[in-house]
Write a protein that binds this ligand. Structure first.
Ligand code: UDP
Length: 317
């Protein structure tokens, strides 16, 4: 298929682009390089530099694309609370420009990179796709609004869409890994300390109602996540919008993650308890039964493999 990957110079977008190329697809990456990296775009993909608002219509027009995989987004929860307008504009506004460009160009399918942040504080665990969506920050709210738009484009324009709601993505695929300028995520932050960059891991809160008091999250390997996109692409049906959670279905605490990082790196990795981080739910674990049952996906790589691959990636840089 001929595919447009928006945000293909970013972490997940570059991994999925690489997997798509390996599967024999033609890939064009559209990225404004505001947070992505030109050298992350895999060999064999053509990079078009630009925003969705300014360039999507030109790139898609008359070019015979079969589908879009849409990753381009702002994705920092804290920043979204400080600058909600930016998140509504970049995430929802630019996605609407993309959807309309697809409609005009007659591109029939889209796979959308969504997030567990659309659910907000869960009422029960593991989280099902049918659970209430009550995002607690503009990042999650803007992503949820895109799901609403996708459902409308499916109903009214016949688009075939699949939204994948990611839980905690980690790991790397060869030279494609996490390279955020502002790094907020746990595993890369712990591995930075392992490398001697900083004094101690800050574990945000140890008084949560969890077995060891630290927050529990559902970590998924970026290549398992990537494989799900290829399945989702084939599952896009005209006139329908489907939503699937993507997690491993198991939870690991912050302390457990630090322990696995110590075991993988063989380094001591000092860690200290710090105050809670605002807005962190105690437990976020996905039910991934729906995607397992309907698309035949299942996670293959565990937390140790995620840390192992992230550590190899970090040391290669
Ligand atoms: N966390 C931590 N120290 C860090 C970064 C994160 O204790 O330096 C905790 C964070 O409070 C949360 C978990 O690790 O409970 C996962 O956070 P991350 O930012 O990786 O992902 P999120 O679940 O927020 O999407």
């Amino acid at each position: 298929m001929k595919l447009l990957v928006t945000g293909g110079a970013g972490y997940v977008g570059s991994v999925v682009s690489a997997l798509l190329l390996e599967a024999g697809h033609e890939v064009v990456v559209l990225d404004d390089l505001s947070t992505g990296h030109e050298d992350a775009v895999p060999e064999g993909a053509r990079l078009v530099r630009g925003t969705l608002r300014d360039t999507a219509a030109d790139v898609l027009g008359g070019a015979g694309f079969d589908a879009v995989l849409h990753f381009a987004a702002k994705s920092l929860v804290g920043e979204s609370v400080e600058k909600p307008g930016l998140y509504w504009d970049k995430n929802l506004g630019e996605s609407l420009a993309l959807l309309d460009a697809m409609r005009v160009a007659g591109v029939p399918k889209i796979v959308f990179s969504s997030t567990a942040a659309t659910y907000g504080e869960p009422e029960s665990t593991p989280i099902l796709e049918t659970d209430p969506t009550r995002p607690t920050n503009p990042y999650g709210a803007s992503k949820l609004a895109i799901d609403t738009a996708l459902a409308e484009y499916a109903r009214l324009h016949g688009l075939g869409g699949v939204s994948l709601r990611y839980f905690n993505v980690a790991g790397a695929y060869g030279r494609h890994g996490e390279r955020h300028t502002v790094e907020t995520h746990l595993i890369p932050n712990v591995l930075k300390i392992a490398q001697g960059d900083g004094d101690a891991v800050k574990m945000f809160g140890d008084d949560y109602p969890t077995p060891d008091g630290t927050c529990v999250r559902d970590y998924i390997h970026v290549t398992d996540l990537g494989r799900a996109h290829l399945l989702a692409l084939n599952a896009c049906e005209p006139g329908t919008h489907r939503i699937f959670n993507l997690g491993s279905g198991t939870g690991n605490s912050v302390r457990e993650v630090v322990e696995v990082c110590r075991a993988v790196t063989g380094r001591e990795i000092p860690a200290e308890v710090a105050p809670r981080r605002a807005g962190d739910p105690a437990v976020l674990v996905a039910s991934s039964e729906k995607i397992q049952a309907e698309l035949g996906w299942k996670p293959e790589r565990d937390l140790r493999a995620m840390v192992d691959d992230a550590w190899t990636f970090l040391r290669s840089r």
